[in-house]
Design a protein around this ligand. Structure first.
Ligand SMILES: NC(=O)c1ccc[n+]([C@@H]2O[C@H](COP(=O)([O-])OP(=O)(O)OC[C@H]3O[C@@H](n4cnc5c(N)ncnc54)[C@H](OP(=O)(O)O)[C@@H]3O)[C@@H](O)[C@H]2O)c1
Length: 274
């Protein structure tokens, strides 16, 4: 463990996957973790693994009242990792609008809700970092990921505006563009692809689902790679506006930035059919 007492970090969605990896890694690095989620059980298990270093707290990021009931009592909150997220998958045409809304309620409005709750105390202290967990899909959106991808695209915009708004208060804001990592997110995405399968997209949909299943989360690195990027965003003297991980994600984002969209379309099709 390096340098105990490096501050208190609120991590949303800390009970599983990337959030849990962030909580464990940051606790190891000397931060105190305010580990939040909707379910008590995984948070208590996490707290038991790092006695005295993790405080479990329960709220739903889509429910401002549940946030307000808890967050003011957690003061001081030095930093926030907005990690809680869900994935709604399927063709744009196939996904019902209430599912679109559920996606944005969590991945976009949930982040806004948490920021609104923590910013007053961060502004007052004139310090702090906010790290939003975005996705490569927020920059490079494959077919059948349009609902999830547009929520992460919106998070890119939210992050840019927030960074420019709160810089005068001494608060830093970064976004992590994560590629596939090995969490149960992949199972959730596969269920979504099955649920929203539309016969009209038959072979195209099935090819994508198969590629996603076989080449996606299952063969991806462990979520600690994201935790390491989060730690950099919290501790770099001048935090970057974006961090990407793992290295494959960085390459994809570079290609997306350099190549014309039609070339990228072809690349995506060739990749999912490979
Ligand atoms: N895995 C990847 O390959 C990948 C790649 C890029 C970006 N990401 C992003 O990384 C983040 C974490 O994903 P993950 O892979 O770790 O998946 P995960 O294990 O499913 O984690 C998502 C977490 O968010 C929590 N959550 C969902 N809705 C919530 C709500 N309304 N209020 C509070 N907590 C809520 C879940 O808690 P409950 O137990 O309460 O449902 C869960 O702990 C997401 O934002 C995701 O978009 C993941």
């Amino acid at each position: 463990m390096r340098g105990a007492g490096r501050g208190r970090v609120l991590v949303t969605g800390a009970g599983t996957g990337i959030g849990r990896a962030c909580a464990l890694y940051l606790a190891e690095e000397g931060f105190h973790i305010l580990a939040s989620g909707r379910r008590a059980e995984p948070l208590e298990k996490l707290a038991a693994e790092k006695p005295g270093q993790v405080t479990p707290v329960q709220f739903d990021v889509t429910d401002p009242e549940s946030i307000e009931a808890v967050v003011p009592g957690l003061s001081p909150i030095d930093h926030v990792v907005n990690n809680a997220g869900i994935a709604v998958m399927g063709a744009i045409e196939a996904v019902p609008l209430d599912e679109w809304r559920r996606q944005f309620e969590t991945n976009v409005f949930g982040v806004a809700n948490v920021c609104r709750a923590v910013l007053p105390q961060m502004r007052q202290r004139g310090a702090g970092r906010i790290v939003n967990i975005g996705s490569v899909t927020g920059r490079l959106v494959p077919p059948f990921q349009g609902v999830y991808g547009s929520s992460k695209h919106a998070l890119e915009g939210l992050t840019d505006a927030l960074r420019r708004e709160v810089a005068p208060f001494g608060i830093g804001v970064s976004l992590i563009r994560s590629g596939f990592v090995n969490t149960s997110f992949g199972d959730q995405e596969q269920e979504q692809l099955k649920k929203h399968r539309m016969d009209a997209y038959g072979e195209h949909h099935d090819t994508y689902s198969k590629w996603h299943h076989e080449q996606g989360h299952k063969v991806a690195p462990e979520p600690v790679v994201v935790a390491q990027a989060v730690e950099r965003a919290l501790t770099d003297a001048n935090p970057r506006t974006r961090y990407s991980c793992p290295p494959k994600a960085t390459r994809l984002i570079l290609l997306r930035a350099l190549l014309p969209a039609r070339i990228v379309d072809g690349m995506i099709e060739r990749t999912i059919r490979s």
